[in-house]
Design a protein around this ligand. Structure first.
Ligand SMILES: Cc1ncc(COP(=O)(O)O)c(C=O)c1O
Length: 400
């Protein structure tokens, strides 16, 4: 329709939201559907965080706040960066938004000019490329390989950089692969970036706390302090604190960038929800012990899913270090025909047929710029995961 802005034609609706919506619709029609598409924990928000929200509501914290966050929350965020990452930020270097997504959106829209290039390791989270396109920039996918544990090789990053590169987006542990980088692996990437002063680092640390088997989390400005002045360190409460619906994300970086992000936000949503901000103060300052309890459950589920998927004909599923996703290759299924006669030409056909024939919803790899593969979220109950993996095994076993 000619009435809609051209800029909207450059982007796609979020594929993960689309799959989740389709699964919900099928369920509403009475179909037996197991959804492994959601990027959110099935655990409820911890009680102390909910109580802080109730208290804020009763205390009348229901008015507009400073556009990019209340001072109490900015102080809690600065304390978090010091405690967890050894990074010194002042409150004036912090911006709080309505979810990690808005913070990323603000950073990219506040900085991109037409033709600016943004490098992202592929496969990567669905929204990076679309936000870059909306901002008039050009997404550049730097390929990672399953045999490297989906970690970007320094020479691939080096080759992707041009004089037009504005940002390098880094995400560890990664959505969709779950790959996490050790300090040494990350240092090899930051060494490349040191040679290219025009490139800024946008690190998406959303899955910081969801890391397993003794692996430790590192963020670029911590591993290479010389990058501090051109790094935006972004994080949020959605995943580790089980607060996806509350909508709160934040970032810290150089003041002029933070000011520009706040300016943009002042003309869109204004402040993030006042009650959510008070809950976030409690989330960051309060007890953190539930994270380890959740992680023990995530590890059990990951191991179950990896083992069951590797027993499915034609699938190959590496064991990731973090997040709550696995990213199996379905290369062995391409070119085959399903029990109901559908030919599988690509990973989108694979997930579509899997949903139609076995009622299991996952997201195709093409949505993450990494084919042929698909993403499974194991942030759901063990019973559902067992049932879903059994169905996937049957689906794959029936391919001819
Ligand atoms: C890698 C990554 N970054 C950012 C986000 C956005 O998080 P939020 O729900 O806080 O907007 C997500 C959510 O799926 C994610 O997986």
């Amino acid at each position: 329709m000619g009435f809609i802005a051209d800029s909207l034609n450059r982007i796609q609706p979020s594929a993960t939201i689309a799959v989740a919506t389709k699964a919900r619709q099928l369920k509403a029609e009475g179909r037996d559907v197991l959804s492994l598409s959601a990027g959110e924990p099935d655990f409820d928000t911890p009680q102390n965080i909910k109580d802080a929200a109730k208290k804020a509501l009763d205390a009348g914290k229901t008015k507009y706040t400073d556009v990019d966050g209340i001072p109490e929350l900015k102080a809690a965020i600065c304390a978090k960066f010091k405690r967890d990452n050894g990074l010194d930020y002042k409150p004036s270097q912090v911006s709080v938004g309505t979810g990690g997504k808005q913070v990323l959106y603000n950073a990219l829209l506040a900085t991109l000019n037409p033709g600016d290039e943004v490098i992202m390791p592929a496969p990567c989270w669905v929204s990076y490329a679309d936000i870059v396109l909306l901002g008039g920039g050009k997404p550049i996918f730097a390929e990672t390989r399953m045999e490297d544990g989906f970690r970007l090789r320094p020479e691939v990053l080096e080759a992707a950089i041009t004089p037009k590169t504005k940002w390098f987006i880094f995400n560890s542990p990664s959505n969709p692969t779950g790959a996490a980088y050790s300090a040494e692996e990350l240092k090899r990437l930051t060494d490349v970036l040191l040679r290219h002063p025009q490139v800024w680092v946008l690190t998406d640390d959303m899955y910081e706390h969801l890391i397993y088997d003794g692996h430790k989390f590192f963020t670029p400005a911590q591993v290479e302090p010389k990058l501090y002045d051109r790094t935006l360190t972004m994080n949020g409460l959605s995943k580790a604190y089980c607060m996806t619906g509350w909508r709160l994300g934040y970032a810290a970086g150089p003041e002029p960038l933070i000011k520009a992000m706040s300016k943009l936000q002042s003309q869109s949503t204004s402040n993030p929800c006042s009650i959510t901000q008070w809950a976030a103060v409690e989330a960051l300052n309060g007890p953190q012990d539930f994270i380890a309890r959740h992680n023990a459950i995530f590890v059990e589920r990951r191991d179950l899913v990896v083992s069951m998927l590797n027993q499915a004909k034609g699938l190959k599923c590496p064991k990731p270090e973090g997040a709550f996703y696995v990213y199996p290759s379905c290369a062995g299924a391409i070119g085959k025909t399903t029990a109901k006669g559908k030919v599988i030409a690509n990973d989108e056909d694979f997930v579509t047929a899997l949903l139609e024939e076995e009622g299991v919803a996952c997201v195709h790899g093409a949505a993450f710029a990494g084919s042929p593969a698909f993403r499974i979220s194991y942030a759901t109950s063990t019973d559902v995961l067992k049932d879903a993996c059994t169905r996937i095994q049957r689906f794959c076993g029936n391919l001819k």
